[in-house]
Design a protein around this ligand. Structure first.
Ligand code: IPD
Length: 291
C-alpha cells in the first residue's frame, strides 16, 4: 500500500515537540553524563528516555516498520529496504550537556534505503524543519501556525572562495581520519597562492542534523563530515534535498552515497553545484576509512 508520508511527517512533528519538552526540562551536566566509545562520545539519561518514548510510539502506530535509533543500535545492524524510522533522540549531546543551545531531535524515515521524510527540531530555539519527498522543505513558525519554504535566501551562484563551510571534528579522534580532517580544514582555509580554498570561514556547531538544515536554508554553503551515522543525517538529508541541495561523499568521487556511508558533503542549492563539489573535493587531503 502507498505510505501516507505527510501523515507520518505530522506524527513525527508531534513526537519532536514531546521530545523537546523532555530535553529542555532536563538539566544534564558534564559530571552526570556517561560516555560510550570514548570520553568524548557522550550519552545521557535523556538520550535514552527520548529514544524509548519515540520508538514506543512509532512501533505502536507503525507496527510493520523497522526502527533504527542511536541508543539501541548494535554493531552489525543494517538498514533494509523496508520502511525504517532512523532516529537520533539528541543530535548534539555534547552541546546538550554543556548547555550550548544547538541541539536537535532528528526523526527520519527511509524507504528502499532512501530518506523520504525528515523532521529536525531544536527545542531551545524552537526551530522546526520538515520535509517530505517531492513536497519541498520548510521551516515552521515557532507558534506552529505557518511555515516558510526553504531555502530562506535566494540562492547565489556557488563558489568555494565565497563559502561559509560547516565541518565537525566528531568524537572519533584517531589515526588517519583525524589527519584527513585537520589537513583538509587547513587546505580549505589556506590562501589560493598556497593551493588552498581561501573560504570565508569554517564553523563547527556540533549537530549534524542542524548543519544539514543550515545548508538547506542557504545560510551555510556546505557541510563536510566523516564519522557520523545514518541517524545523524537521514532526516536532514530529506530537508536538504527538498531545498535543492545535494549530498555527495566526503571522499572525492562518489556522487551517490548510501544513507549509511558515514562520509558526507552537503551542498546548498545554487548555480554551479557540480563545479563547487569538484573544487571542494580537490581540497580533500587523503581518504577516510570509516566503516
Ligand atoms: C554527533 C553530532 C556531531 C557530529 C558527530 C555526531 P550525537 O551526534 O552530530 O555534530 O560531529 O559525528 O555523532 O552523538 O550528538 O548524536
Amino acid at each position: 500500500a502507498d505510505l501516507d508520508l505527510p501523515q507520518i511527517r505530522d506524527h513525527l512533528i508531534t513526537l519532536a515537540h514531546r521530545a523537546g519538552t523532555m530535553i529542555t526540562t532536563a538539566h544534564p551536566t558534564t559530571g552526570t553524563s556517561g560516555s560510550k566509545k570514548n570520553t568524548a562520545d557522550l550519552v545521557t539519561e535523556t538520550d535514552r528516555a527520548v529514544e524509548t518514548m519515540i520508538s514506543t510510539s512509532l512501533r505502536a502506530s507503525y507496527p510493520t516498520f523497522a526502527f533504527m535509533g542511536e541508543e539501541t543500535y548494535a554493531p552489525g545492524d543494517t538498514l533494509t529496504a523496508s520502511p525504517t524510522f532512523i532516529v537520533d533522540p539528541i543530535d548534539g549531546t555534547t552541546n546538550f550537556v554543556h548547555g550550548y543551545p544547538y541541539v536537535s531531535i532528528s526523526l527520519g524515515l527511509a524507504v528502499e534505503k532512501v530518506p523520504v521524510v525528515g523532521v529536525v527540531y531544536n527545542p531551545f530555539t524552537r526551530q522546526l524543519y520538515s520535509a517530505v519527498k517531492g513536497e519541498g522543505a520548510y521551516l515552521h513558525d515557532t507558534d506552529g501556525e505557518g511555515r516558510t519554504r526553504l531555502p530562506l535566501r535566494n540562492p547565489t551562484p556557488l563558489s568555494l572562495a565565497n563559502a561559509l563551510v560547516a565541518v565537525e571534528w566528531g568524537s572519533d579522534r584517531h589515526g588517519n581520519d583525524l589527519a584527513v580532517k585537520s589537513d583538509t580544514f587547513r587546505r580549505l582555509c589556506a590562501t589560493r597562492e598556497e593551493g588552498g580554498g581561501m573560504v570565508h570561514g569554517l564553523r563547527s556547531f556540533g549537530s549534524a542534523a542542524l548543519n544539514l538544515c543550515a545548508v538547506a536554508s542557504g545560510s551555510i554553503d556546505a557541510y563536510w563530515e566523516a564519522g557520523c551515522w545514518a541517524w545523524d543525517v537521514c532526516a536532514g538529508w530529506v530537508v536538504l534535498r527538498e531545498a535543492g541541495g545535494v549530498m555527495v561523499d566526503a571522499n572525492p568521487g562518489n556522487w551517490e552515497p548510501r544513507v549509511e556511508e558515514r562520509r558526507y558533503l552537503a551542498v546548498r542549492a545554487g548555480e554551479g553545484q557540480r563545479g563547487f563539489v569538484e573544487e571542494f573535493w580537490s581540497k580533500v587531503e587523503g581518504r577516510f576509512e570509516v566503516g
